[in-house]
Structures are given as C-alpha cells and as structure tokens.
Ligand binder design. Structure first.
Ligand SMILES: [Zn+2]
Length: 431
C-alpha cells in the first residue's frame, strides 16, 4: 500500500518535544495537517489551483494564522500575500521570506507549504523571544507557483519583480477556457492593477526560501540540510531523423533507413555525455515521436527531444554542442537526413555566496550536516535571485518523492530546516 500524508504519522514522530528553541512543534504539526486537508483528493494527494475556492480557503486559513501572530497582512492585486514583521529600522530594505501554497494536480503536503509555515514559525519564535532584528522581515506567499492551471508558473514572483504586464495576463486561460483575468476577477482580485504588484527592487535587501529537496540526494547521503548553489538553467533541442518508411517484413536489414534505431543510438549516447562536462549536468530524453508508429513499419521519421540542464550556462552550451555532434554523426553514418530545432536557453540563477555561507554557519551551529547542491526544479527564488541576493535551504524528501501524494519529509527534518531558516533569516535581517 502506498503511504500518503497522515497526521498520525506526524504525531508519532512528534515524540516528547512540544517546543524546541521557541518553535511550537505541536502547532506546526497541527497546521501542516490542516493545510493537507484543503483540496484533498481521493488518492490522498492535494489539488489546490490558483483562483479557486480551495485556494481561497487555504490562503484565508494561512492569513488568519498570520493575524493571530500579531502581524498585519495584505494581499496585492493578484493575490500574493505579504505580512511584515517590523524591524528596528523600518526604513531599511526588507528581507523577504516565503514560498507557495498552490500545488500540482494530486500533489503533496510539503511542497511550498513547508516554506510558508517555516517562515511564519520563525517569525513567531522571534516574537516569543522578544527579538526584533534591524531590518523588517516580510513573509510572502507567492500566488500560482506551480502553473498547474494556466500553464504559467512562478507567476506571483514574476509579477513582484515586474516581469508581468497587463498584456501578458490576457494570454492565459485554463483547460476549461476560463481566462486568467476572469478567474482573478471572480476571486475579487484586480488584474488591471498589475503594476501595483511590482516592487521597487531597492526596497528588498534579500530573499530566503526553505523548500523540500524533491530529490533523493540528501536522504541517500544522510545529510540534514541542502545549501542550494543555484537553480539550474535549461535548454531543449529536438532532433528529427528522416529515413525511409518501409515494410518490416520485406525489407532486409542491410537495406533500411531506420530512424528509431538512430534515435536509440542518440538516446543511449545522451545518457553518457553529461558526466564528461560536470557532476551536476543532466540530459534527458523524455519525449519521442515515431512516425507512422506502427508495429510492422520501419519508421521513416523520428523526433527526439533532449532536455539539458546545469548550474553553469557554459556547461549547457558545451553539452548541447556535444549532443548535436553525436546526432550529426549518427545521421551521417546511417545516411539519414537530420533536422535540428533549438529552444531558448533559460539561464541558471546562482544563489548569493554570503547567504550560502550563513546557511552553512547556521547548520553548524545546530550540529546539522549539510552539502551544497543545485536545484533541478524551478522556484520563486529563481525570479527573486535575478534581482536580489537570494538563498535557498533544502530539507530531505523521503525517497525523493515529490509532486505526488507520497511526498514526505520527517518532522525532525522539517524542524531542522526551520531552525536553519530562523537563524539565517535573523542574520540577514541584522546586517
Ligand atoms: Zn514548490
């Protein structure tokens, strides 16, 4: 049987401790469990898409917790939630922290949620400790991070940094044909005021996000904390081999121009190439179209799309060149025609060195092990990181499962992350 989110499992893990370092563990468990109930699916996952009643329910609940903590909370014109814990000098640029509360279809209980809850929990613990940093801390819940409904993710953060115009908004609609603008209006937002969402970048000192790893590395290496080096860049290239469509029975092996065989050669080559360039580079063929795609037909045309990612743009370019060279060689040797379509390169976004160091120092202070690692997935920190010094903290994902009802991070791993976030955030707001 598959295990999905369960409050009982968390309570079991809660053991004896109700409070560590002014972090209210029981409250954290209760909140995580409550959020997991909203948008719950039959298979134990969660579906919470932006500008729906489920999303309104989850944000209302979260806003009520912010208010209980004594912070003023506002929503901008498109639904980003922003709350401020005022610092000793409210005129200084603020430190922002937070994540998202929307999910992929049938997603998990930790993706995004953990970051939002952790940021709030950290602020509440400063309040308990009567600690007020120099700079104000702004808690932010970005709207529509996943892009599940309008196929346009990282939306809230993109708008905050000023990269969404009113014209852009008009481009998107969901599968039911409801436009993004109508969906926003229905929930009471004002898309025509999009420019009021833009923040003056000079008013933001830094951004920090805690997130689950969504991969297996931390668990596999038994490390508590991932110090994110950056969010990988990516590009895609589609290689189309043209050969000859012939009968699978009557065409001898030496008289074929088989494009599937060429594609197979390319795919197995793609698997071997990334390690020639870096430890972090990855290349994947997840999509292939075979024409005419019949069991008894030698395919005359096959399209192979290669997705290439790394933390270094230079590596992405070199990898792309090597894969292209391989495809050309295969086509030449097999006397096939080859067409190549290149996608744009989305540049990697590096995290700030000094924030990485603060995350390491905070981990050491709490006797937590850590390793540096890139994030293969996109996050709002990617948009923020292009404009302001940004840091990301990862905590382990059990079996690397994410975007699935089986997503799980143990309570102790969640608490480790909260401690490191709490410490790092305070340091950032104190400098
Ligand atoms: Zn996420």
């Amino acid at each position: 049987m598959e295990t999905t989110f369960s409050r009982e499992r968390l309570l079991f893990e809660q053991s004896q401790c109700n409070e560590i370092n002014h972090i209210d563990v029981q409250q954290f468990v209760n909140r995580l469990s409550k959020l997991a109930e909203i948008g719950k699916t039959e298979t134990g996952g969660i579906s919470r898409f932006p500008y729906t009643d489920e999303y309104e329910e989850v944000t209302n609940l979260f806003k009520s917790w912010i208010q209980t903590a004594g912070l003023e909370v506002r929503e901008d014109a498109i639904g980003n939630i922003i709350a401020k814990y005022e610092g000793q000098n409210p005129d200084l640029p603020v430190v922002m922290t937070g994540s998202h509360l929307d999910t992929v279809p049938n997603g998990g209980a930790f993706d995004g949620v953990l970051g939002c809850l952790s940021s709030l929990t950290a602020i509440e613990s400063y309040i308990k400790e009567n600690k007020r940093p120099l700079r104000s801390i702004e808690l932010v819940v970005f709207v529509d991070e996943e892009g599940s409904r309008f196929n346009h993710g990282l939306f809230g953060s993109r708008a905050i940094v000023g990269e969404v115009s009113e014209k852009d908004l008009a481009k998107y609609s969901d599968d039911a044909g409801i436009s993004l603008i109508d969906a926003m209006k229905k929930q009471g937002y004002n898309p025509e005021d999009i420019s009021s969402v833009y923040r003056n970048i000079n008013d933001i000192h830094a951004f920090l996000e805690l997130h689950i790893e969504q991969g297996k590395i931390l668990e596999y290496e038994n490390k508590d904390i991932g110090v994110v080096t950056g969010i990988v860049g990516l590009t895609r290239r589609t290689f189309t081999f043209y050969g000859s469509t012939d009968h699978a029975g009557s065409t001898p092996m030496n008289m074929r121009k088989d494009t599937v065989a060429a594609a197979a050669e390319l795919i197995s080559g793609v698997e071997k190439l990334p390690s020639n360039f870096s430890d972090t580079a990855v290349a994947t063929v997840g999509k292939m179209n075979v024409y005419p795609n019949g069991t008894n037909v030698i395919a005359g045309k096959t399209e192979v799309t290669v997705d290439m990612r790394d933390i270094s743009e230079d590596t992405i370019v070199k990898l792309e060149e090597a894969i292209t060279e391989l495809a050309n060689k295969i086509a030449r040797e097999r006397s096939l025609e080859l067409d190549i379509q290149s996608g744009d390169i989305i540049s990697p976004v590096l995290m700030a060195e000094e924030i990485k160091q603060m995350i390491k120092d905070s981990s050491e202070q709490h006797q937590l092990s850590y390793r540096e690692m890139p994030s293969g997935a996109g996050h709002d920190a990617m948009n923020m990181g292009r404009y302001v010094p940004t840091g990301m903290i990862f905590v382990p994902s059990h079996e690397g499962k994410s975007h699935s009802p089986r997503e799980w991070t143990s309570l102790s791993d969640c608490l480790n992350g909260i401690q490191v976030l709490k410490e790092t955030l305070y340091q950032l707001a104190s400098r």
